[in-house]
Design a protein around this ligand. Structure first.
Ligand code: ADP
Length: 483
């Protein structure tokens, strides 16, 4: 079976978050299940550069305001179709934001073009049609909407929601420029609180909706976490399911990781100590045995980083140190930088994006803090499990599905892998930090947590089987079956 994956980002070519990791890792994982994936990506400069000389096989004289063509080729082990549309994508920097940090003003056109190209591919207008389409997030969510309004024969579409907070909401007058009929401005169409919603349309017309953890799939059907779409999602409950993400266990392999001074594995985690020393040195933290907490995160309210900033005095009072890597909200960046300046040797921050340092943080820290207010899946806690950093996470979304709290029962049963606490509360975060410090003080218990974590299967093997089963079910014509 052949499927077309439609995504605005894909590791290692272009990445702003976990979506890129998923889109980059699933093709190889699905290949093991007998499913071949071609990935359709916008022709950002970095993608075109990686593609080299792709073969042009389809063109449009005018796709959302300028000429465009499709190139086919391979890069980074991925089979790619690249939408080369210079008027939309030939720009430096972030895929979504201009140099002023604001959304590109033509983002509606930029991602509608991606979906339009995917719909044409799905309808067989540019060669044999795929057996199914896998659309990722709002940027690809118009694929099922175009297919619906075109009314031509087309394969089924699975829409995966990586984060419901990003919805692609634009003024209603964009319908015409996007090539959609005026009738699409309707409750049972793209209309969304007086605007049009790309994600809303995708959720309405996709054959199946998946999100990236079972708990998040349930949370988004509630008013508290549904971000205005919970009613629609409840209505589509039979088509909605959660499939946990995995991580690329070749990229994240502590036994063969070029970013680490001391490789290690579950059988012999002892060399971790040298990574800890290297991490402390590199980030300017004092040497010592104090529990070292790490953060690798976007610095945003979603990630609970304001709660952590407020909890730093308690973290220090409990005897912990903090090493943070992240970028995001200016106020949070400044807050953590100030905390580091005020607490030299105890708190260190690197503001920015650094893959190598992210690996060293996972391999050298004692615990990874993830105090998210909501978390569709979360990848950093999976990396932490694999790298022997004990995750300390809020009980939300995929965090709740992947970490087992070290409560008395779980400790007695020998299954605990971390510390899990109520999300959205500074007091609960502070208590969790105190609990982690206490657990860290009991060496055998801490080593057991670490060993249990490292024994978890966080690879794509199981998730790929679930996606493959879903695609095959759809291929078999079961478009409305129970998710
Ligand atoms: P989200 O997609 O919401 O940002 P995830 O936990 O799902 O969060 O995925 C984040 C991914 O980005 C992980 O692979 C993590 O290691 C990586 N990451 C986040 N911030 C940084 C950073 N500052 N430097 C390097 N990698 C980062």
């Amino acid at each position: 079976m052949k499927i077309l994956s439609v995504t605005p980002e894909c590791y290692p070519l272009v990445k702003t978050g976990g979506l890129a990791d998923v889109a980059g890792a699933l093709p190889a994982a699905l290949a093991g299940e007998g499913i071949a994936v071609e990935t359709l990506l916008p022709g950002y400069p970095a993608v075109l550069a990686a593609l080299g000389r792709g073969a042009a096989f389809h063109d449009w004289p005018d796709l959302m305001g300028g000429p465009a063509r499709l190139l086919r080729g391979t890069a980074a082990g991925l089979d790619l179709i690249v939408l080369d549309a210079p008027h939309l994508y030939d720009r430096p920097g972030n895929p979504y934001l201009g140099p002023d940090g604001q959304d590109w003003p033509d983002n509606a056109l930029r991602f509608a073009a991606l979906a339009r190209a995917a719909a044409d591919l799905a309808q067989g207008k540019a060669g044999p049609a795929p057996g199914a389409v896998h659309a990722h997030d709002w940027q690809a969510a118009l694929v099922p909407a175009y297919l619906h309004y075109d009314g031509l024969p087309a394969p089924p579409v699975v829409l995966t929601v990586h984060n419901l907070a990003f919805q692609g909401r634009f003024p209603a007058y964009m319908l015409g420029p996007l090539g959609l009929p005026a009738t699409a401005y309707a409750l049972d169409g793209l209309e969304y609180y007086g605007d049009i919603g790309f994600l809303k349309g995708g959720l309405l017309f996709a054959d199946r909706i998946t999100t990236v953890s079972p708990t998040y799939a349930q949370e988004i059907t509630t008013a508290a976490d549904g971000m205005g779409l919970d009613g629609l999602l409840r209505g589509r409950g039979a088509a909605l399911s959660g499939i946990l993400n995995g991580i690329d266990t070749d990229v994240w392999n502590p036994a063969a990781d070029a970013s680490l001074p001391a490789p290690f594995d579950a059988a012999d985690p002892a060399p971790r100590a040298r990574n800890t020393q290297a991490l402390r040195r590199r980030m300017g933290l004092a040497a010592g045995e104090r529990p070292l907490f790490a953060v690798v995160s976007r610095l945003t309210g979603q990630k609970g980083m304001d709660l952590l900033l407020a909890a730093l005095p308690r973290l220090l009072a409990e005897g912990g140190d903090l090493a943070l890597l992240g970028a995001g909200d200016a106020a949070l960046e400044a807050g953590f930088a100030a905390a580091a300046a005020a607490n030299p040797g105890r708190i260190a921050c690197t503001i920015g994006y650094d893959e190598g340092l992210a690996h060293l943080l996972q391999a050298g820290s004692d615990a990874l803090l993830v105090p998210s207010r909501f978390e569709p899946c979360g990848l950093t806690q999976l990396c932490a499990l694999r790298y022997g950093s004990v995750p300390v996470v809020a009980r939300v979304g995929g965090l709740a599905d992947t970490v087992i709290d070290a409560n008395e029962a779980a400790l007695a049963a020998g299954v605990a892998t971390g510390v899990v606490f109520a999300g959205g509360s500074q007091a609960a975060l502070e208590q969790a930090i105190a609990r982690a410090v206490a657990l860290h003080g009991d060496r055998p218990v801490w080593e057991r947590l670490r060993r249990n974590g490292m024994a978890q299967d966080v690879s794509w093997a199981a998730p790929a089987r679930r996606y493959a089963a879903l695609f095959r079910q759809l291929e078999g014509g079961d478009a409305l079956g129970d998710g």
